[in-house]
Design a protein around this ligand. Sequence first.
Ligand SMILES: Cc1ncc(COP(=O)(O)O)c(C=O)c1O
Length: 464
Amino acid sequence: MTAPTPVAIDRVRIAELTRREAARLDERTAGSARLFERARRSLAGGVPSGYQARDPWPIYVDRGAGSRVWDVDGNEYVDFHNGFGAMVQGHAHPAITAAVERRLRLGTHFAAPTEDAVWVAEELARRWALPVWRFTNSGTEATMDAIRIARALTGRDTVLKIFGSYHGHHDYVMVSIGVEYGRLGHRDDLPSLPYGAGIPDAVVAMTVAVPFNDADALERRIVRLAAEGRQPACLIMEAALMNLGVVLPKPGYLERVREITRRHGIVWIVDEVKTGLTIAAGGATEYFGLSPDLVTLAKSLGGGLPSGAIGGTEEAMAVVVEGSVYQVGTFNGNPLTMAAARASLTEVLTPAAYAHLGHLNDRILTGCRAVIEGNGLPGYGVGIGSKGVVTFSPVEIVDYATFKRHQDKTLTELAWLYSMNRGIFMTPGREEEWTLSLAHTDADVDRYVEVFAELARELTRAID
Ligand SMILES: Cc1ncc(COP(=O)(O)O)c(C=O)c1O
């Protein structure tokens, strides 16, 4: 990470550029505007998921191939969004397409296991060094079931999570996300607040959040909860936060988390929905050398099909194996998904693939850092594996409080608009990062850096 360079950018210039770029994007996406008018009549907000909504309208996509996507207006983009990090393989990868086509003709659903499901479980067991697996259809289902397993194992109700972290849309974890800075309070007593309406107070109260990168605060909160008779069943967390841009763990933090959770009999769930298969063959567990009790996967596991998985130690998964926890679902281990996952794990996400992703990420981060330094921008480039981001902040983001306090939201939004208008399909939202795919080339990542350099020049040019 480069040393942050705290140089103030003219806010008027940011506002002007934002207006210009928003108008330009509106002009380029008239077809999306028309489709939105139609969509909003029957599809709530014109989108299948709230996270796809955007003002004044979403960009509707027509197709993708390799590192490229095309919107309904025919605009071509290099895809750095990659389906919120689910397409590390690139779009329509021939090996995955062929496997899915083969499976289509053999029947797509039985609610009875296929050999592919066994193969995928074996391969995940090897990659994560965790022996027992089950499948789900999404990351949300995976984290929900993992928490239920932890509660069954411990006979406790309280869930610990990291403040500001997202783990899916079920009630247990839709807590203490997106909270305004002024409502945070003391870091030893961060509030449990619902993320949106419809979440029962009783469920919210059972989930307690602690700051990332602070093992002492974690232990203090555990001790207090124990004194209140609310010993936590589990701590669910990402090893590197991927929903506040990218926030890396401080040296020694994860080791201490493991030691503390073990000492207090707390099940450690490492949520690898974003990091699994995108930062290393065996995800964050391999990358950081972790030994969690349970991990959750989704996104890139399915090679573009809906997927999810829970892996664990024999001890942790015993409640599933002997059947006291119902880990179930009509579409769990769906044959199409399993065929796609098998092809992906065998032919696509190979050791050479991770070497390529590492090379590309080094290249794009090096390029972005040079632009930041050359123009004195208040920000820094950070990433691991296929994931990375330019964080606009004069200081390093280490947890939710520093993110909320220091991240420059308007500059982040301008960078998104600016990229979209120049053929860079970037993940929307101030919390997101890029995901590179195997189909990306040096030229693709260089294009990203060129566009960023153009933005930097416009931001820092003296106003005449
Ligand atoms: C870390 C993490 N966990 C869980 C989820 C939920 O996954 P899904 O959207 O597949 O339900 C997400 C989604 O972005 C995530 O980033």
